[in-house]
Design a protein around this ligand. Structure first.
Ligand SMILES: NC(=O)c1ccc[n+]([C@@H]2O[C@H](COP(=O)([O-])OP(=O)(O)OC[C@H]3O[C@@H](n4cnc5c(N)ncnc54)[C@H](O)[C@@H]3O)[C@@H](O)[C@H]2O)c1
Ligand SMILES: *[C@@H]1O[C@H](CO)[C@@H](O)[C@H](O)[C@H]1NC(C)=O
Ligand SMILES: *[C@@H]1O[C@H](CO)[C@@H](O)[C@H](O)[C@H]1NC(C)=O
Ligand SMILES: *[C@@H]1O[C@H](CO)[C@@H](O)[C@H](O)[C@H]1NC(C)=O
Ligand SMILES: *[C@@H]1O[C@H](CO)[C@@H](O)[C@H](O)[C@H]1NC(C)=O
Length: 333
């Protein structure tokens, strides 16, 4: 049997983790032959809740789960870690200013980035989910200079999956028949879900999404706003944020990092923009079309961008630039 890998999930007492941990522990992400040591990190008041999560994981009687380690200490949480899934962050509280919220999150991701730098394996893959995910990811990466920037990514796969599913439902096909949608930019209502390069398999013949959907007004209107505002719609209906679908998207994201994307397909994830990437300002974590092979991602280059797309890609970039600049001020304080 393979040597166990160490995987940490932060925010492990929260609602996303409650859906996520089972999938990881039963082999959906790292493979059915890969034993796992699961490290659960949360804040001190949540330790009693973590004990309950540990008991339930034990009670699942999963063959791949070698050990479960609950902790509130980053030096324990990030020790020798192979994959870090950073779900926990400071939530917005009643009456809290956006700047104060950002400041609190910069503090969290600075600490966790520094701990990854000091304690984790240098080959660790870090995925940031806790919002504001793009900027938190940038701060964690900047706080972990000894780990390659390429090893940090943030989750926009939920948005990607939402976009694929909307197109699939519109065409009357299953979600797996839609590929190569793109989420550009921030994981927020300014994100740009783009189907100009997407393909739909309709009864065995592959069509461009625009030809399969045959409704340009919908694709440029309600489709985009539905995906952009889906998180808020779920909160309104459920009185809680997306957790099941977020956990599923995290599994898709990390599994693709581990095992690669399918030939001819790309997915969306927030990665470090190093300049010359579709005219997006450098030094941002921005969601792009990505292919992954051998645990290394590559941006899909050369896709033609029309004026409609350009404006939307730039608007979401502008939002991220502003947030980064404020966050960097907090980081240097
Ligand atoms: N990127 C995405 O697509 C996406 C999708 C859904 C949710 N989210 C975000 O994911 C985060 C978690 O969502 P949830 O529904 O599980 O929230 P939740 O409130 O149920 O759980 C969050 C957990 O994080 C913990 N936490 C807070 N600060 C921490 C720290 N410094 N270290 C470790 N743990 C800490 C909390 O104690 C809590 O247990 C939120 O920020 C949410 O906005 C992102
Ligand atoms: C970027 O997206 C995150 C996640 O939804 C959000 O919290 C943040 O406010 C957005 N940034 C800006 C500057 O609006
Ligand atoms: C796909 O095939 C089914 C069954 O043959 C048919 O009913 C359906 O109309 C076809 N769909 C399209 C979009 O061609
Ligand atoms: C895969 O990546 C590893 C480590 O980066 C490298 O040593 C190896 O040669 C790569 N394999 C292929 C097939 O590219
Ligand atoms: C992470 O860094 C290692 C080198 O430490 C590199 O081989 C690997 O390709 C990087 N992973 C990603 C996802 O880029």
């Amino acid at each position: 049997m393979a040597k166990p890998i160490r995987v940490v999930v932060t925010g492990a007492a929260g609602q996303i983790a409650y859906s996520l941990l089972y999938s990881i522990a039963k082999g959906d992400v790292f493979g059915k032959d890969q034993p796992i040591i699961l490290v659960l990190l949360d804040i001190p008041p949540m330790l009693p809740v973590l004990d309950g999560v540990v008991m339930e994981l034990q009670d699942c009687a999963l063959p791949l789960l070698m050990e479960v380690i609950p902790t509130d200490k980053v030096e324990v949480g990030f020790k020798d870690i192979d994959a870090a899934i950073l779900v926990g962050s400071m939530p917005r509280k009643e009456g809290m200013e956006r700047k104060d919220l950002l400041k609190a999150n910069v503090a969290i991701f600075k600490t966790q980035g520094a701990a990854l730098d000091k304690f984790a394996k240098k080959t660790v893959k870090v995925v940031v989910v806790g919002n504001p995910a793009n900027t938190n990811c940038l701060i964690a990466s900047k706080s972990a200079p000894s780990i390659p920037k390429e090893n940090f990514s943030c989750l926009t796969r939920l948005d990607h999956n939402r976009a694929s599913s909307q197109v699939a439902m519109r065409c009357g096909v299953s979600a797996d028949k839609v590929k190569n949608v793109i989420i550009w930019g921030n994981h927020s209502s300014t994100q740009y879900p783009d189907v100009h390069h997407a393909k739909v398999d309709v009864n065995g013949s592959e069509k461009a999404a625009y030809d399969a959907v045959k409704d340009e007004a919908w694709l440029r209107g309600d489709f985009i706003s539905t995906v952009q505002l889906r998180g808020a719609a779920v909160i309104k209906a459920r009185k809680l944020s997306s957790a099941m679908s977020a956990a599923k998207a995290i599994c898709d994201h990390v599994r693709d990092i581990w095992f690669g994307t399918k030939e001819g397909e790309f997915i969306s994830m927030g990665v470090y923009a190093a300049g010359n990437s579709y005219g997006i300002p450098e030094d941002l974590i921005y969601s792009f079309p990505i292919e992954i092979k051998n645990k290394t991602w590559k941006m899909v280059g050369g896709l033609p961008i029309n004026d409609f797309s350009r404006a939307k890609m730039d608007a979401t970039a502008a939002e991220l630039v502003e947030e980064r600049d404020t966050a960097m001020d907090f980081l240097s304080q």
